[in-house]
Design a protein around this ligand. Structure first.
Ligand SMILES: *Cc1c(COP(=O)(O)O)cnc(C)c1O
Length: 489
């Protein structure tokens, strides 16, 4: 192992220092101002390293990280696309970052205007009446949206409606959010082509149904062509339609969930609208609703008065607060900058380009990888592992082997409809050259699987850590150096 790949504690040499405050500049007064019982008795256990050691160690470490800024990241459902840097710069403007959420609304008019404009832009892009930007993530948006759904039925004293229909191909957060919102989950089956089975749906639609959660295109990247019929049936039965718009990439600027009959939706700004994600935040999951549901949106709201001034308001019919203040403002700024810099014309190209790229990969790989659902997909598609199953090489093995070739793995083993799911989403921001390179490597791995399956099964071979014990990492985490030493001892 190279020196700087070691743990920082392993680089420690007694007495080595990075920096020392000149003793004569700091009289002992500073220290003596701290009550003696608060002073530590033994020095902190810190690595003793030079400044250069620290710089090299962390710079080398950061270079081992994989991100969309370092390579292709075809992670289906997650939309790992390029986030233009200008949006980061605008979000870092001190005029905005130095605002305090408790300051007088008169002195924060610009920020409130941005919130108001962005919620309008999202409403226009989605075909819904109004958005709240307060939720912090996709799943948080789902919870908020389902609370709106529940509030709607409760306000009409329709208390029997406690069930939400969720397709068996749905993202795991859908049933989880429904449970957290106090609703019962009822599963509707998919047809062999991945779309909702309307015949299976019909008998579920009774007066206990609060609504249905869907995404369209669905998790297999296929457009639900019967959506208008589904919307009609659900509405006729007194239910509402919830759209999981975590990934709005396939539709952006072309098709609007509101026009398909959806009443409530959320959008992940950190997937479609230019906030990097994958590290656990910050995110934002705005929720939009049709006009008859606007009054239930969470508090606080941003409103514009007749004189063009913006106000933070609290509504009486609202379901209450779901966040502190108005959500993750920095993420909103990036989304706002992204929409404005793309403009109306370019935003219309996002969906078609994402779709073209996905189909290009799919068509070029389907002789080596099993394509369970033929036809034109939208922004993503799913392979059911390698076509030749005789080699013993699994989807997990292929995913790990891709790391050796410098590509991030696709989403694997999701959706649960197939045993060897491999969900690929290239996004609109990749060049044809990158797509071709990925296709070439995927063919190469398929060839290796036939000729030298063990090499693929043993992958990754060239990464800094090999195959990890993920269950072990979750169940017995070793989170600091002392724990590691104790474990080794
Ligand atoms: C990512 C995703 C979510 C959840 O979003 P989080 O911000 O991770 O909570 C929900 N649904 C779909 C389809 C997603 O891709």
């Amino acid at each position: 192992m190279k020196t700087y790949d070691k743990l920082i504690f392993e680089l420690s040499k007694p007495g080595r220092k990075g920096f020392e405050l000149p003793a004569d500049n700091y009289a002992t007064d500073g220290l003596s101002a701290i009550p003696s019982d608060l002073l530590r008795e033994t020095p902190a256990e810190l690595p003793e390293v030079s400044e250069l050691d620290v710089v090299r160690h962390f710079t080398n470490l950061s270079n081992k990280n994989f991100g969309v800024d370092t390579g292709f990241y075809p992670l289906g459902s997650c939309t790992m696309k390029y986030n233009p840097k200008i949006n980061e710069e605008l979000a870092a403007l001190p005029e905005f970052t130095s605002l305090h959420p408790l300051q007088d609304e008169k002195s924060a008019q610009g920020a409130l205007e941005l919130y108001w404009n962005l919620q309008n832009m999202l409403a226009n892009l989605s075909g819904l009446a109004e958005f709240t930007l307060n939720p912090y993530a996709g799943a948080h948006g789902e919870l908020t949206g389902l609370m709106v759904m529940r509030q709607y039925h409760m306000s009409r004293c329709d208390l029997k409606r406690t069930k939400v229909i969720v397709p068996n191909s749905a993202h795991g957060t859908n049933p989880a959010s429904a449970m957290v919102a106090g609703l019962e989950v009822v599963e509707v089956k998919s047809k062999p082509n991945g779309s909702i089975d309307v015949e299976d749906l019909k008998p579920l639609l009774d007066d206990t149904i609060a609504g249905i959660m869907m995404t369209n295109p669905n998790t297999l990247g296929m457009f639900e062509t019967e959506i208008l019929e589904i919307a009609r049936l659900v509405h006729e039965a007194g239910g509402l339609l919830y759209y999981d718009g975590a990934n709005l990439n396939p539709l952006l600027g072309k098709v609007r969930p509101g026009d398909m009959g959806f009443d409530i939706m959320h959008i992940n700004l950190h997937k479609t609208f230019s906030t990097p994600h994958g590290g656990g935040g910050p995110g934002s999951g705005p929720v939009g609703v049709a006009s008859h549901l606007v009054k239930y949106l969470p508090n606080p709201h941003v409103k514009k008065d007749a004189e063009g001034k913006f106000h933070v308001e609290y509504g009486d019919d609202s379901l209450g607060n779901i966040s502190t203040f108005l959500g993750n403002f920095g993420v909103m700024m990036k989304a706002y900058a992204y929409i404005l810099t793309l403009g109306k014309e370019n935003i219309r190209n996002v969906g078609p380009l994402a779709t073209l790229n996905a189909n290009y990969i799919k068509e070029n790989l389907k002789d080596d990888y099993l394509l369970p659902i033929e036809g034109v997909c939208k922004h993503e598609f799913v392979f059911d592992g390698l076509k030749d199953k005789s080699t013993g090489v699994t989807t997990l093995n292929v995913a790990k082997r891709l790391l050796d070739y410098g590509f991030h793995a696709p989403t694997i083993y999701f959706p649960l409809l197939f045993h060897e799911s491999m969900m690929i989403e290239p996004t609109e921001t990749e060049s044809k050259e990158t797509l071709d390179e990925f296709i070439e490597v995927m063919h190469k791995v398929a060839k290796e699987a036939k000729e030298n399956p063990q090499a693929v099964i043993d992958a990754p071979l060239t990464t800094i850590v090999r195959k990890l014990d993920e269950t072990g990492a979750a169940k017995n985490p070793v989170l600091n150096y002392r724990a590691l030493k104790n474990k080794e001892a």
